[in-house]
Design a binder for this molecule. Sequence first.
Ligand SMILES: Nc1nc2c(ncn2[C@@H]2O[C@H](COP(=O)(O)OP(=O)(O)OP(=O)(O)O)[C@@H](O)[C@H]2O)c(=O)[nH]1
Ligand SMILES: [Mg+2]
Length: 975
Amino acid sequence: MAQLLRKIFPVEHSVPKEEDDDDYGNIEYSFAVEYLGPPVTYDIPQALPVDIERIPIAAPAVSASLLNNLSLPVIQPIVKSKPSTKKRPQEPKFCSEATVSPITTEVSSRNGVLHEPSDAIDSSDAFGNAKNNGDHLPELCNEKGDPVGLRFCNCDDNLREVCGSSHLVESRNVCTEDAGGFQDYMSPNNCKPSESGLSSHSVSSEIFSFKVDDCDNVTVDPPGHAKKPSIVTFRDPEFNYFSHEESHNSATESIREEDCHNVTVDPPGHVERPSIVTFRDPEFRDLSHEEYHNSATESINVAREVERIGKKGTCYRCLKGNRLTEKEICIVCGAKYCFNCVLRAMGSMPEGRKCITCIGKRINEGNRRALGKCSRMLKRLLTEMEVKQRMKSERFCEVNQLPAEFVYVNDEPLSQGELVLLQTCPNPPKKLKPGHYWYDEVSGFWGKVGEKPCQIISSHLNVGGHMKKNASNGDTNILINNREITKAELRMLKAAGAQCEGTNSFWLNDDGSYQDEGMNNVKGRIWGKTRVNLVCAALSLPIPPSSGNPGRKNVDDISQNCLEQKIHGKLLLVGYRKSGSSTIFKQARLLHSIPFTEDERQNFKFMIQRNLYAYIGILLEGREKFEQESLIERRKRQSVNQCGPSDNMDQKDDNTIYSIGPKLKAFADWLLKVMASGNLEAVFPPATREYAPFVEKLWNDTAFQATYNRRDELEMLSRVATYFLERAVEISRPDYEPSDMDILHAEVTTSLKGIPCLEFELPNSAEMDLGATALSHDSITRYQLIRVHPRNLGENCKWLEMFEDVDVVMFCVSLTDYSEFLEDSRGVTVNKMLASKQLLESIVTHPNFDGKDYLLILNKFDLLTEIIERVPLTQCEWFHDFNPVINPIQDDSSRRYCNLSLAHRAFQYMAIKFKRFFHSLTGRKLYVSLVHGMKPDSVDYALKFAREIMVWNEVEPSYTMIEASITSIEQTTSS
Ligand SMILES: Nc1nc2c(ncn2[C@@H]2O[C@H](COP(=O)(O)OP(=O)(O)OP(=O)(O)O)[C@@H](O)[C@H]2O)c(=O)[nH]1
Ligand SMILES: [Mg+2]
């Protein structure tokens, strides 16, 4: 049979004969035959069937220009190597220019006896994968002489070093021939297989250290690696993660004897954490380690973290670069490669962005969302077609698919068919990941076990087991479809008008109709009411897709979109009128590249144009006033001079520099009338096109310009008006398109209709702020920023309870508020700073907000520096004792500096006032951040500050640490 096959499929030698072992020439095919002998009493390693689909296929190489100086791995043809009967591992055969590095072997053993290798051993790894380690695997025997996974020559009872190629311990061939052959990766820089005759087992130009410690734990540490017990790591100088293992096949890289002799062999740089599979994605926590192991089939290679060799931030291959260097990340092990190394490390990417050694392995679940989303770096490296092809492979190749058996629905793992059913239904669960979920097939409610529902999916799907009563860990004594609901759901029910008193069991259908259990009459419907939607939005409860607001994507009223992904922290942004909270919200949006939709831009355009007419109206009103004043002044002068009144003179005197022509006068009168009637919103934008020519004429008019020059005297004119008035002609045109800066500056009347919310990502720690890489989702966390206007909170902030799950309240105060007054609802004039203080008190003392963290954002610092000298801080009675010692101003150049320093002192003073006030209410610290809403960096800093507050809370708070942080914050904010 073998001979026949040889005739049909002649196999060429991959290595020149003279370099070869004798046995190599005798290539054979062998087939498994049924064992008919007597029963065996020992374990036989399992031979796994080959999954043809998992064998990587050579893909076209990247463009020729890129290949010139690349050392890409070469795939060797499949050959069978006969088990060697040699006592010593085969020495490597390198091409002439290749050098063999000395091998360092450290052996320390009390009980362990290291035997000369005899035959290749088979071993099972931690996942039960069968391994045939071939004849080149170092073999380690325990005291009974049983092989335990490593084989190497020269043993000693003590630690010792053995150098020289004769003691070479070769890297392994972990691939089983049964499993479909192996693939040999090597660097052409070192050796070309065809020329060198290098066997697939012989690239071992390594420095390894082996250590057998007291408990027969064997450790092989490459130099420079942090020693971890029971872990063997290999390192190739040219290709750090290069190994002989056949990562495409069912064998894994690790050899582990779990009982007494912990022996692990890991691929270069890859570290398998002892008996722990770590999934950094918090979502994955649902699946315990044991379950993962138990449910993993033998052929599954799981995601593992790669051990960093170089310094933090450097490329994992060339060890160059820093945190700021752009890198591509392996979706399996997390290794990061720089622009120059990524193609060498990842080859032709048959399964997307994976190191060559990670091909065939499951992705890290934390990277699932990034599948198929190309980075900028790849776009620069590859052609458009190549990028498409690789991203397609990444998304659709089998090994990258979600394993059905890792998804538990109502405590039962899904079959492949059920997973397909779930994923292809009209409303599938979004971003499904391994984990435990509950599903109410009657209502379509879907959530994670132990949590409130996060989505409403298609109902009546036959997937998973039966929903348990305690599936969502509810504690309300109210049942919906036999599930005890959570407090949040109870609020939703109440908002929908359901009578929950007396009844504790409801039947809820997928159309939202509900009835008492056992009764036939529908008592009402949950969905379709604005109030219910608002409550759901605020409590992060799902609503059916049809009741959502599909038009808007990233920023929206808190809706389904916000619930798709795990939100790590929620920030509530609130501030008194015109404190700048919506500017900060818009700035956060721009910072996190969430573009404004066309609809939003159109709305901003209309708002900006309408505001422009309002500013013009205020100027025209001012013009009238200035004209009057001017006339009065003139008449006074005339009467003083006693020039003798004459009709001619009177006529002439009516014209001042503030006088405008009859046409403009008619327009001005009309505009002022519209404003007085409060109809500006109704007239603009419709009248914009018609009146644009008047704006241009006005702007070019000397009287209008004279008024504009005195705009500081017009109290009604907001400070931001200048920004828009300077471009009045352009903005008034019908074809005006607002820029992001225009949108940022726009005074937007906050709508009462919705609660804007945006999701954004931040690196996990301040350390990483500088060096976040494109794909490291494990080091990036999602946050939600909710902006609520005080008017939306209702009287005494009663609606605040809707936001009780926020982590940090960002309370925004304009630093210029001390100089502004307004009439409250009772018609009483109040200082805006005091109004802000009152609002803060209402929130802080709200029962649902007891114990929350607060970050006070003192905004508009730039404006404070402008006004602080003109308007004393003592204008606000709360600041009556502000009495800083200021150096006398010597000249104009030092005036600005003095203002700045005065503004700083004023800021510090106000911050302390608020801190003391907060402390008197809560007994706790108030964090403070100085912000300039127009500056992205400043807003970014504030958001990261909020993140740090959350992080401090997560870490067991040590008093000293927090104190230290607070001190540093105060220093930062005051600097
Ligand atoms: N110069 C300056 N202007 C700012 C700053 N922050 C906000 N503004 C301006 O202040 C005005 C009011 O800001 P908004 O963000 O609309 O204030 P708000 O808190 O949303 O006000 P409401 O809509 O009443 O809630 C806008 O014109 C902003 O352009 C700042 O830091 N510096
Ligand atoms: Mg606003």
